[in-house]
Design a protein around this ligand. Structure first.
Ligand code: ZN
Length: 379
């Protein structure tokens, strides 16, 4: 399906789509022509079928990263490149990429693209989150790539979150560096969630042969059991259809697919949806806010990052999605004074606004599965 980009005007749309006013979306050509034609859309022939097909296509067509990016082809693994050099390379690429956004964010658009959700509402399809739920779930998460990340999580991040009544989910690499179980027990003891972050962060699991992938997923089982992990986050957000299918045997949810992936790990990746959906029996909770690494790589300063997060969160609130943010705790990402300040301000902004509600991913999954003890605020 060829996609056409257009800006939507709510006044020509059926009721319930007011949230999409002045939204820029990508739609299959046929549907775009109907939308641009100013017809009475509700009665246009084939409209509903066309929109339903588009919703599925838009969500899936760039959801997976089926070919490994160059970083996974470095002999001995990209982790052998020193972190500082990796950051410098990434930053250099980022500054160049910022000027080439039309190439890497053709679809999904950057920093947010809600095309799949728009098409889904146009088709009148049911939403995964009930429409009468007044508060938008906000999920805070961290990928714990190193011992430094784990230490910073406990010493710098948890207190900021707890101060506004929030808890976060941290996805920990199971088989790469010695895990401090004292810290892990403290995280869980303070009411935060632990999830699994791949195998050794070598970015090979999604592309491995089925047996090798199974061995890697099995290797994380002990850590998952010990800390009640029910969720998975793929390192570098590299995810294949085969990986997501395999995850269902181990986890209740995955949170590796960004709404709008930006330039990394590969251009034009993401699901163009901010709503959770099911892949077989597995819930997929998309990462809906641009992540710290991508924004820093693109050369955004801390204050600008805070502004982007607030703008995108507002768009998502209106659309009936979830706000899901990934920050890394290492000093070179968000574990430094300037970024912690931005994070603290963003948390305070969310906490002061009744439109938002902090939720852990495992609570959200229970809610999506209809467990009444985890029901959200209804209005
Ligand atoms: Zn990672």
């Amino acid at each position: 399906m060829r996609l056409v980009t257009l800006t939507v005007e709510a006044k020509s749309l059926p009721q319930g789509l007011a949230w999409a006013d002045r939204l820029t979306v990508s739609m299959p050509q046929e549907l775009a022509a109907l939308l641009a034609g100013g017809l009475s859309l509700a009665s246009a022939p084939g409209m509903q079928e066309l929109s339903a097909l588009a919703a599925g296509h838009l969500r899936r067509c760039a959801a997976y990263t089926e070919s490994p990016p160059a970083s996974t082809r470095v002999i001995g693994g990209y982790q052998r490149i020193p972190a500082v050099l990796r950051t410098a390379i990434g930053h250099g690429i980022g500054l160049l990429q910022r000027h080439r956004q039309t190439k890497w964010a053709r679809f999904p658009g950057w920093p947010i693209d809600l095309s799949a959700d728009f098409a889904s509402d146009l088709a009148g399809m049911p939403r995964s989150l009930p429409r009468n739920q007044t508060a938008t779930p906000v999920l805070l998460s961290h990928d714990i790539d190193s011992a430094e990340g784990l230490e910073n999580l406990v010493s710098k991040f948890l207190t900021l979150e707890e101060a506004v009544g929030a808890r976060s989910a941290s996805y920990v690499v199971p088989c790469a560096w010695p895990i401090d179980h004292g810290l892990m027990a403290e995280i869980v003891g303070r009411g935060h969630e632990i999830g699994i972050h791949g195998y050794d962060h070598g970015n090979r699991t999604p592309f491995a042969a089925p047996d090798e992938r199974k061995r890697r997923l099995e290797a994380a089982r002990e850590l998952a059991r010990r800390y009640n992990a029910t969720g998975y986050r793929a390192p570098s957000l590299l995810r294949t259809k085969a990986l997501l299918e395999d995850l269902a045997a181990y986890y209740k949810y995955d949170s590796s697919i960004p709404t709008s992936g930006g330039a990394f790990p590969v251009p034009n990746n993401g699901c163009a949806s901010a709503r959770p959906w099911k892949i077989g029996t597995l819930w997929e909770i998309p990462l809906t806010l641009p992540r710290d690494g991508s924004l820093r790589f693109l050369g955004h300063g801390p204050r600008e990052i805070g502004r982007v997060w607030r703008d995108v969160a507002e768009r998502i609130w209106a659309s009936g999605g979830v706000v899901s943010l990934l920050t890394h705790c290492e000093a070179r990402f968000s574990g430094n004074r300037a970024m912690l300040r931005v994070y603290e301000d963003f948390l305070a902004w969310l906490a002061a606004d009744p439109r938002f509600e902090f939720v852990l991913p495992n609570e959200l999954v229970a809610r999506l599965d209809g467990d009444p003890s985890h029901a959200g605020k209804a209005g």
